[in-house]
Design a protein around this ligand. Structure first.
Ligand code: IMP
Length: 170
């Protein structure tokens, strides 16, 4: 049975708050950012977040996968990489959830080679089970050791279109 952990209204409010935090950070620096959506899980978070940002936002996409079922395989497959230059730009990396941190560590390392002027990370959810070693600049919610579904997050490609974040109770 699917249980709700973060309902639609709570998600909407928190995404709006994150947008204000992000605008505050960039206010005296730039009026244009390059937001990078990490597919597939960040699709709804990315969309809702950028729609709430009162600034110019360029879009780019990265598609990676490493999970099978509820576990990371530890092997990251890069299926699609950004196709616009980010050199000298203010880059905002938009992630759905950070668990072991392996996905972000890899992506950040590769993006830094492309010489952005500034690279910030926003994650809707941070799992606090691992010391994942990635500095997250903006975080929506912190959770413990639970496998989440919905609002883009999947279990073997299911449940992505649930409008809330939840988990499956056996
Ligand atoms: P990490 O590399 O272990 O930090 O995992 C990051 C990626 O794994 C996320 O972008 C998600 O795609 C996926 N992931 C991690 N935890 C969950 C979860 O609880 N539900 C669904 N996907 C998850």
């Amino acid at each position: 049975m699917v249980k709700v952990l973060i309902d639609q209204e709570t998600l909407r409010k928190r995404v709006e708050e994150l947008a204000r935090e992000i605008e505050d950070y960039y206010r005296d620096k730039t009026d244009t950012i390059h937001a990078i959506c990490i597919l597939k899980g960040s699709v709804h978070f990315f969309s809702d977040l950028v729609l709430n940002l009162n600034m110019n936002v360029k879009y780019s996409f990265i598609h990676v996968s490493s999970y099978q079922g509820t576990a990371s395989t530890g092997r990251l497959q890069v299926k699609y990489w950004i196709d616009e230059p980010i050199q000298n730009e203010y880059v905002l990396l938009v992630e759905d959830i950070v668990d072991t941190g392996l996905t972000l560590q890899h992506i950040v390392k590769q993006l830094k080679k492309q010489n952005p002027k500034d690279l910030k990370i926003v994650s809707l959810i941070e799992k606090t089970v691992h010391d994942h070693g990635v500095k997250l600049d903006f975080v929506g919610f912190k959770v413990g050791n639970v496998f989440l579904i919905g609002y883009g997050l999947d279990y073997n490609e299911r449940y992505r279109n649930l409008p809330f974040i939840g988990y499956v109770e056996e």
